[in-house]
Design a protein around this ligand. Structure first.
Ligand code: 1CP
Length: 350
């Protein structure tokens, strides 16, 4: 089943003998890079950039030109799914996205996948990147998990406590479950098409899973829809690797992983690594961990970053590990700190 590929990320995630520690960073393409800001200023809108495969492929490749990374993640956004369902989404500078909400059961029932033009550019972007990237770099496709998407679609923004989302699922649980189910169907379709267009690894971002966990709904709202997606992806594709990132769910990482057939679990910076290695086991018993340097430590750089990076490498030395952050690169990060971070890791391998 395993096809020999010369990517250290694929080697690690498939438990093949390791050549070197794979590194990539969530949000590795973005506003901390001057070459990204240049395109952003010229184009004016983030969405225009996502929907233009020529620009999106160029932006995907920008971090690979600067750094010795082991993966490229396609430049797009999780909120293309609500757009494809006919909802308006606006990305406002320094304010985060604003999403046209679904307000009741009737609106959920009426949601239809009628705007393909918001998803299709991603497939073309992947095809271009696949041709242009270094062959030892793995190509990652992604999507938001249904719960995180539903949180944005019922809240209307990324407001921290998702109060409107919580009152929606408390008052209209059946409508919320229907929304999750529709999102799971479309997300599975989107991920399968990304594999068909050249993605080798998929990451499912459940950035706001904490809201479900705090309301004792992790199983129904996060695990079940992702299980449906994983089953479908595995039915329709072979040789695809799946990373899940249920951010900030604390001890619930155990239940999450135990119920899903994952290839890798991504850890946020609040997770104790030794505890994770002892306790977090995916259903299929595959153990590969991704993470978990605090993005704020990357902003500070220096000795603290060096010490913490070494600690991470030591803690994960005996298991399969993909080096990454505990969340996305912050826009105030100095690009040189990433050069330094990668050097620290490569020096440890010698
Ligand atoms: O130039 C700009 O102003 C746009 C900023 C930006 C960027 C660079 C947004 C708006 N999205 C992206 C790209 C993006 N989004 C990628 C590209 C690949 C990469 O390099 O990693 C990915 C994987 C995402 C995924 C994403 N979008 C998530 C999941 C990861 C996470 O950060 O938790 C989420 C929650 C979003 C929503 C979103 N899109 C954009 C912003 C600023 C946000 C988050 C807002 C919030 O906190 O509510």
């Amino acid at each position: 089943m395993y096809e020999k590929r010369s990517s250290s990320l694929i080697d690690t995630i498939s438990n093949n003998n390791k050549k070197r520690i794979p590194i990539w960073l969530m949000r590795q393409a973005g506003r901390y890079l001057p070459e990204y800001r240049k395109i952003r200023e010229k184009e004016g809108s983030f969405l225009t950039m996502c929907l233009n495969p020529k620009l999106a492929s160029e932006i995907t490749l920008q971090p690979l030109k600067r750094y010795d990374l082991d993966a490229a993640i396609v430049f797009s956004d999780i909120l293309t799914i609500p757009l494809a369902l006919g909802k308006k989404v606006e990305f406002k500078e320094n304010r985060g996205p604003e999403i046209e909400t679904v307000k009741d059961k009737k609106e959920v029932e009426n949601l239809e996948f009628n705007r393909r033009e918001f998803l299709e550019p991603v497939y073309e972007t992947l095809e271009i990147v696949k041709k242009k990237k270094p062959k030892e770099c793995a190509l990652i496709g992604f999507a938001g998990a249904p719960f995180t998407l539903a949180a944005y679609m019922t809240q209307g923004s990324g407001e921290k406590n998702f109060v409107k989302c919580v009152s929606f699922f408390n008052q209209e649980e059946r409508a919320f479950l229907l929304l999750l189910d529709k999102l799971a169907d479309l997300t599975a379709f989107h991920l399968i098409n990304q594999i068909k267009s050249g993605a080798e690894v998929l990451q499912i971002f459940d950035s706001h899973a904490k809201i479900a966990a705090e309301n004792n709904k992790l199983r129904e709202f996060c695990i079940n829809p992702v299980e449906k997606i994983i089953k479908r992806v595995r039915q329709e594709t072979n040789n695809s690797y799946i990373i899940c990132f249920p951010r900030n769910i604390g001890r619930n990482y155990i239940e999450y992983a135990a119920n899903l057939e994952l290839n890798c679990i991504s850890l946020d910076q609040n997770v104790d690594r030794r505890w994770a290695i002892e306790n977090i086991r995916p259903k299929n018993q595959i153990r590969c961990y991704q993470g978990n340097l605090d993005p704020k430590i990357l902003v500070k750089g220096g000795k603290r970053m060096q010490e913490e990076t070494k600690r991470i490498l030591q803690d994960f030395a005996d298991v399969n590990h993909i080096f990454n952050l505990g969340h996305g690169v912050l826009k105030e990060t100095a690009p040189e700190n990433i050069t330094e971070l990668i050097k620290i890791i490569r020096d440890q391998e010698k």
